[in-house]
Design a protein around this ligand. Structure first.
Ligand code: PLP
Length: 335
């Protein structure tokens, strides 16, 4: 695959570290655990959306846009990073925030919301809509208003998850392959969160396009397999096409586990709290309560069930999100 054919902005210097988790490996007494530290990507607070934005913002600039519009939940990491990219590029930014839990938006809230304000987001740059709204329709409304003011808006879909954004995770797959070759580690599995699907789809296409046969296991954070698997598969097929991979991405190429998100998106689970505490205590690495904490809980449970076995090598992708920890601190009973 020739990713250099696509315009790209760079927001991270070099590769993110791929680290062996010696203490976690001992504590879990199962496979060897490595962590791909995408929490250390560039832009304010880091996280997986930075890789997608490298391709999305390059496209916006190519099209002559002067303001980015995107959407997310009230504590959205994607919104924080889109705003950060806009600041770097001297573009405007408008956020459409979905109150998935009624009354959950507060202008004074901490975590990512505090960082929106810190980076200079104004009241008029935020539209709050009720849970279940059509986010695309809401963003198009905002785009019309901005156009009427003479601006050139560029809409980035939720989570940056279209074929262009997912290309950032195809690039990440190639980065992992280069590092694993360099370190002499032959991974049996990659484990990631599977949300708006760009990360999971991009990685799966990256490993598929390089004929590696390394399975990418997605732990879902809001949807059951019957909706998540088709969502990721569709995006993977579109991404493979966008890249010009001759062979079609297989219908059965996406694997998800859907038992670890509890009552729903962003709602804390006991397993998530245990996982976030364990990784903090053993490795001094901060997971997040909405995504990577639930994914790591899934990894622990799948070791306990014997799905991942001793002698295997697992690469867990840390997708970031730790700024949200400071919003959810009251959920963590401290001993
Ligand atoms: C958005 C996000 C995810 C999910 O990635 P998708 O590409 O939307 O599936 C995982 N972790 C964090 C911290 C995120 O912000």
């Amino acid at each position: 695959m020739n990713l250099a054919q696509f315009p790209r902005r760079r927001y991270t210097v070099g590769y993110t570290p791929l680290e062996y988790m010696e203490n976690l490996t001992k504590a879990l007494n199962g496979p060897e655990i490595y962590m791909k530290r995408d929490d250390l990507l560039g832009l304010a607070g880091g996280g997986n959306k930075t890789r997608k934005l490298e391709f999305l913002v390059a496209d916006a600039l190519k099209q002559g846009a002067d303001v980015l519009i995107t959407c997310g939940a009230v504590q959205s990491n994607h919104c924080r990073l889109t705003l950060a990219a806009a600041k770097k590029e001297n573009l405007g930014c408008h956020l459409v925030l979905e109150e998935r839990i009624p009354g959950s938006y507060s202008k004074e809230a901490g975590g990512n919301n505090f960082l929106f304000r810190l980076m200079g987001l104004k009241d008029e740059d935020v539209t709050v809509v009720p849970g279940g709204s059509s986010m695309l329709a809401e963003m198009e409304k905002v785009a019309e208003t901005l156009k009427a003011q003479g601006l050139k808006p560029y809409i980035i879909p939720g989570g940056g998850s279209n074929a262009l954004g997912a290309t950032g995770y195809v690039a990440c797959a190639e980065e992992i392959l280069a590092q694993s070759f360099d370190m002499g580690i032959d991974f049996d599995y990659i484990v990631t969160t599977s949300g708006s699907a760009g990360t999971h789809a991009g990685l799966a296409v990256g490993f598929f396009g390089n004929n590696t046969n390394i399975p990418v296991i997605g732990i879902t954070i809001s949807r059951k397999n019957e909706t998540q698997v088709p969502l990721v598969t569709k995006l993977a097929k579109e991404t493979a096409q966008h890249l010009g991979i001759r062979e079609e991405f297989p219908d059965d190429g996406i694997i998800c586990f859907d038992e670890y998100f509890g009552e729903g998106y962003s709602l804390p689970t006991e397993g998530m709290i245990e996982a976030v505490k364990l990784v903090a205590e053993k490795e001094a690495i901060l997971l997040d309560p909405v995504y990577s904490g639930k994914a790591f809980d899934g990894l622990i449970k799948l070791i306990e069930k014997g799905f991942f076995k001793k002698g295997e090598k697992i690469c867990f992708l840390h997708t970031g999100g730790s700024p949200a920890l400071f919003h959810y601190s009251s959920d963590f009973p401290l001993n």
